[in-house]
Design a protein around this ligand. Structure first.
Ligand SMILES: Cc1ncc(COP(=O)(O)O)c(C=O)c1O
Length: 383
């Protein structure tokens, strides 16, 4: 394919710079299981997806896990299981991928923005508390860059009001909160296995539910509401459907990739964390570039390593000129036309957006890359 490599490099870095911000992790060892499934005669959702599901359940220390076709589907399904519908309110964060918030609109619900803590990028529990009304059905939080939100406080608010907490954990595979894996800490946690996540199934997702009841209902809803375990008169024709569902299930081809990827993900996470630790140490006393606030009671998956730069535009230019790809990764959602009907004052978001930039942190960095990044950041601080 002529010009393909050049095009790919430009798509990855916004201009083909030599240290990328993201990289697809794809071990050669996926080829054998993939070949097996592809020619097995069964490529839909079946036994391989079930194995992947049970392996995820073991990792999350939570039996109630559903594999899905992407993280957005996981968020939509969680909202549906939380009974979020027309005219309901969901308190959410603007500092995220639009995939967090579009499913709220798809459910016909209203978004009520809570502010974030600019020291972490995560939703602020005090702000959430102020935004709850009798119309609120759920709280949506996002673990920015993989750093867990204040889950004790958010769970407390949700339980006080008899509403659900949904975690968008699409950055946070492998993160832990007070030693518990993300995936076992709230009513719903939504994961993405999209191309550039710690582990990928090309596209894919998972939903971890607190209750078996929600998980059982979700299993029906992910496939048109059909109970695929029931005995049928005709093996191709479903029995009665109780409520409408979606086509959100995973398939055995992508699940085979997921099973293989899981073998490597602990090592991937270890590398992200080791690089982040070096950055935390190197940047802790800088004046113009600040590290985020990391509490010792939780462990980030460091999908992103975000810093706050006093002069962000100059910092981004300096890093780009040093051959290091940087980005703000997500634009604040509240200013998009699609969300403008929900205006709100968000000073924490204003501060964060003014300063936040993510620099490469992942498994693909060589020791030399890490040194180059540290040198470039500290050089900017000295300018
Ligand atoms: C915070 C966040 N939420 C949701 C999603 C959506 O996940 P997916 O692309 O698997 O649908 C993403 C995607 O990258 C994300 O970063």
């Amino acid at each position: 394919m002529k010009g393909y490599d050049k095009k790919v490099s430009s798509m990855l870095s916004g201009g083909g710079k030599d240290i990328p911000l993201f990289k697809v992790f794809m071990p050669e060892s996926v080829l054998e299981p993939l070949r097996h499934v592809l020619f097995s005669g069964y490529i839909g959702e079946g036994p391989v997806s079930q194995v992947f599901e049970s392996l995820l359940a073991r990792r999350f220390k939570n039996e109630n896990v559903l594999t899905l076709n992407n993280g957005t589907a996981a968020l939509q399904l969680a909202l549906r299981l939380a009974d979020v519908g027309h005219g309901d309110d969901v308190v959410s964060t603007a500092m995220t991928c639009t995939a967090t918030n579009e499913p709220i609109l798809a459910q016909g619900a209203n978004i009520v923005w809570a502010d974030i803590n600019p020291d972490t990028g995560n939703i602020c529990p005090e702000s959430v508390r102020k935004k709850i009304t009798p119309r609120t059905k759920a709280i949506m939080c996002v673990h920015w860059g993989g750093y867990p939100c204040d889950l004790d406080e958010l769970n407390q608010i949700a339980s006080e009001h008899g509403i659900k907490l949904i975690e968008d954990a699409c950055h946070a595979f492998g993160a832990t909160y007070k030693k518990d894996p993300i995936g076992s800490c709230s009513d719903f946690a939504c994961f993405s296995f999209q191309a550039i996540k710690h582990m990928t199934t090309i596209d894919g997702g998972a939903l971890a539910c607190r209750s078996k009841k929600d998980c059982d209902r979700g299993r029906l809803l992910r496939w048109y509401g059909i109970d695929r375990t029931q005995k049928r008169k005709d093996f191709r024709c479903e029995n009665d459907i109780l409520e409408y569902g979606y086509k959100f299930h995973m398939n055995d081809v992508t699940a085979a990739i997921g099973i293989e990827q899981l073998k490597y993900v602990s090592d991937t996470l270890r590398k992200h964390r080791a690089n982040a630790k070096k950055f935390n140490k190197a940047f802790k006393n800088l004046d113009n570039v600040r590290v985020l606030d990391y509490q010792s009671d939780r462990s980030s998956s460091y999908w992103l390593y975000t810093v706050r730069a006093k002069n962000r535009i100059a910092f981004m230019k300096h890093m780009t000129e040093a051959g290091i790809t940087v980005s703000q990764v997500h634009a604040r959602n509240d200013t998009h036309t699609a969300f403008r009907q929900f205006p709100s004052d968000l000073p924490g978001v204003d501060t964060f957006v003014r300063e936040q930039v993510s620099i490469p942190v992942g498994w693909w960095l060589s020791e030399n890359d890490v040194s180059r990044i540290i040198e470039a950041v500290t050089e900017f601080d000295r300018l």
